[in-house]
Design a protein around this ligand. Structure first.
Ligand code: 5GP
Ligand code: ZN
Length: 112
């Protein structure tokens, strides 16, 4: 139905290492981890990028944001974590389905 990679992951058409799922979001391990812990938090509905989200998505975006600390704690990231949203080519976004990266663990490099 959809040609979107992450929609296919939500639908189970493409396998993923699922960490958490509820009615609205799906959370899985990044296939090419950039840190000890590297998760992707995505909405189950297709939103291509953050600048395509609207006020109608406010509750969903809030839910995604508030899930981050819980997911980080579940991964043992007691000292904190980094969250990243890349938007569009200018932001280095490679997969056109909104996602929040959660990164953490030892030796996370500084951000300059
Ligand atoms: P972006 O650069 O769009 O912000 O991040 C896309 C992320 O998706 C990258 O970190 C990449 O490693 C990850 N990724 C791409 N394809 C797959 C896949 O098929 N499965 C999983 N689990 N992650 C993927
Ligand atoms: Zn999608």
């Amino acid at each position: 139905m959809s040609d979107c990679l992450f929609c296919k992951i939500v639908d189970g058409e493409i396998p993923s290492s699922k960490v958490f799922e509820d009615e609205h979001i799906y959370v899985f391990e990044d296939i090419n981890p950039k840190a000890d812990v590297h998760l992707l938090v995505i909405p189950k509905i297709h939103i291509s990028r953050l600048d395509q989200a609207t006020q109608a998505h406010a509750e969903l975006l809030s839910h995604m944001m508030l899930s981050l600390p819980k997911l980080a704690r579940q991964q043992g990231l007691e000292d904190g974590f980094r969250s990243i949203i890349n938007t569009g080519p200018g932001g280095g976004q490679e997969v056109d389905h909104l996602h929040i990266h959660i990164l953490g663990g030892k030796k996370l490099p500084g951000f300059h």
